[in-house]
Design a protein around this ligand. Sequence first.
Ligand SMILES: Nc1ncnc2c1ncn2[C@@H]1O[C@H](COP(=O)(O)OP(=O)(O)OP(=O)(O)O)[C@@H](O)[C@H]1O
Length: 250
Amino acid sequence: MSIIESNDLHLYYGKHEALKGITMDFNEGGITALIGPSGCGKSTYLRTLNRMNDLIPSVTITGKVTYKEQDIYSPRTDIVTLRKQIGMVFQQPNPFPFSVYDNVVYGLRLEGKHSKSELDQIVEESLTAAAVWDDVKDKLHKSALSLSGGQQQRVCIARVLAVKPEVILLDEPTSALDPVSSGKIENMLLELKDEYTMIMVTHNMQQASRISDKTAFFLNGDLIEYNDTKKMFLNPGEQETEDYISGKFG
Ligand SMILES: Nc1ncnc2c1ncn2[C@@H]1O[C@H](COP(=O)(O)OP(=O)(O)OP(=O)(O)O)[C@@H](O)[C@H]1O
């Protein structure tokens, strides 16, 4: 069953058409990689799925995005709730300048959850699921900014997991990290993929082929091909996909 669908989605920055009618759907669970050369619209598309582009004044959107069959651009949509259901992880780790613990419980406190035992339990669960509990269990009350970049990114993922989203959008989550930290995050995403629907922009073709179930190839604001990752890398259906993944342009 699909959990998110976009239908003939166009997005303009002023007069520039960055997305030219994207129709695609995402099944529940698993990892979908969005790939394509710089400027093709991958991040823009990712951000349309939880209305992050609303923050940019010049943006106009036509077409439809549904989450569980509800139009997310409807005036009835509550954006705070939507962004809890569809969480986001950014390229640069962006912990808040407070303790690891306070980072993880941030969204829960906004929801009015204050019971210490409940918060303690969610902190441990979320940091464990984000594969960073062992690194930080003795530093929960130290500033998150004192951690390494890779640890910070995993704490940011724990912060998203703590509010129990169904979908996680990841915008190049490992591109600012060293290979060891990237590998830890890839393994963690593989552990989480039965429980969450994950959609990830990546520049790294090996990463897409290692961890994603499906891959979507974007070019100049168009969706060129969307297929099972194995098929896409072994036997692409479009010449442009083949040229891109074989490194002829990019
Ligand atoms: N805030 C913005 N204002 C105006 N134009 C923008 C804005 N953000 C992106 N664009 C333009 O929209 C197009 C798509 O950009 P987008 O960042 O979505 O591409 P991308 O495929 O994610 O690229 P990259 O891999 O380099 O991040 C580009 O032409 C870009 O210059």
